[in-house]
Ligand binder design. Structure first.
Ligand code: MG
Length: 222
């Protein structure tokens, strides 16, 4: 399958097609350095695009999600989708949809689902990553945990990608944006153009200095 064929698949989810296409391009660009990882696989939309990029360069995508949906997706809440209800648990279960999409896209050997909370997995993770997508829980605690638990695994030259960055707080919660600003302020990343609400940061190579770090140095040196 190629990316044009992928665009014909109907996905559930909250990511625009040009954001997902950007994920595909980024995975294809850096995937040779090491596997990619996403936090917040949901119904498999971003996993299919990232996974296709990974497949084309012979690497893997690990996709972490507890697949129980967020609080606002539970029965009676604003983003409830009855198609995603598990009749046995009476709770949301996005994993069957995720798996169907991955199989339909021909990516079952490339996309490795991990059904768990990201911080639990991070404690035992030792593999350097070429790309990390943070698109999980949108509370500050969840977004900050996903960032702080995983960022040390990102390879120099790799991408930290954060979804749902809203400059205007009336359009969405501010936790992903706050984490994005913290990462940028660390001086460890260069900022690339944002696609809608998809923020893209590149981990600077060892021995290089980020633009943000240079600006900070200019502002403090006497
Ligand atoms: Mg999102």
């Amino acid at each position: 399958m190629n990316v044009e064929q992928l665009k014909k698949i109907k996905f559930k989810g909250f990511m625009a097609e040009d954001e997902k296409t950007r994920l595909y391009e980024l995975a294809r660009e850096v995937g040779r350095l090491g596997p990619c990882l996403e936090i917040g696989g949901y119904c498999g939309g971003s996993a299919a695009y990232l996974g296709l990029g990974c497949q084309e360069v012979g690497t893997l995508l690990f996709s972490i999600d507890h697949h129980e949906g967020s609080e606002e997706q539970q029965p009676g809440q604003e983003y409830y989708d009855p198609d995603l209800l598990n009749p046995f648990t009476r709770r949301i279960d996005t994993f069957p949809t995720f798996r169907n999409i991955v199989q339909a896209a021909g990516l079952a050997d490339t996309v490795i689902p991990i059904v768990a909370r990201s911080a639990q997995v991070a404690r035992f993770w030792r593999t350097p990553l070429s790309l990390i997508l943070i698109d999980g829980g949108h509370s500050f605690e969840a977004a900050f945990t996903d960032y702080s638990a995983w960022v040390s695994n990102l390879l120099p030259g790799g991408y930290l990608v954060i979804h749902d960055i809203f400059k205007d707080s009336s359009r969405g919660g501010q936790a992903p944006r706050c984490v994005y600003e913290m990462a940028l302020a660390s001086g460890l990343f260069d900022e690339l153009p944002m696609i809608r609400t998809l923020g893209v940061l590149r981990r600077v190579e060892i021995g290089r200095i980020s633009r943000r770090a240079e600006q900070t140095w200019e502002s403090v040196r006497v």
